[in-house]
Design a binder for this molecule. Structure first.
Ligand code: SAM
Length: 270
């Protein structure tokens, strides 16, 4: 097929043969910024576990609820780690709907995600994107958009939604989170979701094996390992739970934790 692969939206530094989770996730959410190689992986994942697309949608719904929760708590600036390709209900849209001066910095290392974020944010003085690896907090926090838009003496909503499980243990992930935490003022919030094998739904070894054919390998973590990422934050009710069960709203599906696949929680820095 020609078509969207040839539509001219692809940055030149993208290797079409190497799938990326940013584009796989975009496809699972019904987006159009993905390539044949990404769609093939997504289809393989869905064949192994037909609930994969629902996991992605529930994750995205959690993200929106968590941002609204932080807005209700008075947070007006957000640092979104592993923000992905813009799709419906982006953080700046949710936040600026409540307060048009709310500030958002997106961070991703994937060129399609960064290019499309940049296009979407053109003309928005309160939101920007940084192309960086989130395991390098010094690079992220020292970047021009963070310095220009975020006041780190005031509470920040730190989002690490569906990104932690792409970070290898070699990167010392708890230390990475601790560095972000230590740069944030009291009252800052951390919202995250994280893949786990504690539940059945995504624990099939073929899921991780399939992701090894992409540039984003996965490292599911146990409940205790995910809790460790909240070190220095006090979890708000209902604590660390599953994505659909974190403060569900009237649109949230009822999902048994064993069918969810993602731990989810929000903590406040004291
Ligand atoms: C599954 S998507 C999640 C997108 C968004 N946070 C959400 O929950 O809707 C994961 C994103 O994390 C990004 N990512 C993975 N590892 C990363 C890293 N080390 N540095 C920056 N971005 C990363 C991927 O490129 C992808 O866009």
């Amino acid at each position: 097929m020609t078509g969207i692969d040839e539509a001219g939206w692809l940055p030149p530094d993208v290797d079409r043969a190497i799938p990326s989770v940013a584009r796989i996730y975009d496809y699972l959410l019904g987006g159009a910024h993905n390539l044949a190689a990404d769609r093939a992986v997504a289809d393989r994942l869905s064949a192994i576990q037909p609930q994969v697309a629902q996991v992605a949608r529930r994750n995205r719904a959690f993200l929106r609820r968590a941002v609204r929760f932080m807005l209700d708590a008075g947070v007006r600036q957000f640092l979104d780690l592993g923000s992905g390709i813009p799709t419906v209900g982006n953080v700046h849209e949710v936040a600026q709907d409540v307060d048009e001066s709310a500030r958002v910095v997106y961070v991703d290392y994937e060129p399609v995600a960064v290019t499309h974020s940049r296009l979407l944010l053109a003309g928005n003085p309160h939101a920007d994107v940084v192309q960086a690896d989130v395991t390098l907090p010094g690079v992220v926090l020292g970047s021009e958009p963070v310095r220009a838009l975020l006041d780190l003496t005031q509470p920040v909503g730190l989002l690490a939604v569906a990104v932690g499980h792409y970070l290898s243990p070699d990167a010392d992930v708890p230390a990475v989170f601790a560095t972000y935490r230590d740069s944030l003022a009291p009252g800052s919030h951390l919202a995250l979701t994280h893949l786990t094998n504690d539940f059945a739904v995504l624990s099939d070894p073929r899921v991780a094996e399939t992701m090894r054919s992409t540039q984003d390998h996965i490292y599911p973590r146990t409940r205790d390992e995910v809790l460790a990422l909240f070190d220095g934050f006090t979890l708000v009710e209902p604590g660390l739970t599953t994505s659909a069960n974190w403060r569900p709203d009237r649109l949230s599906p009822v999902v048994d934790p064993h069918d969810d696949g993602l731990y989810a929680g929000v903590g406040v820095r004291s």
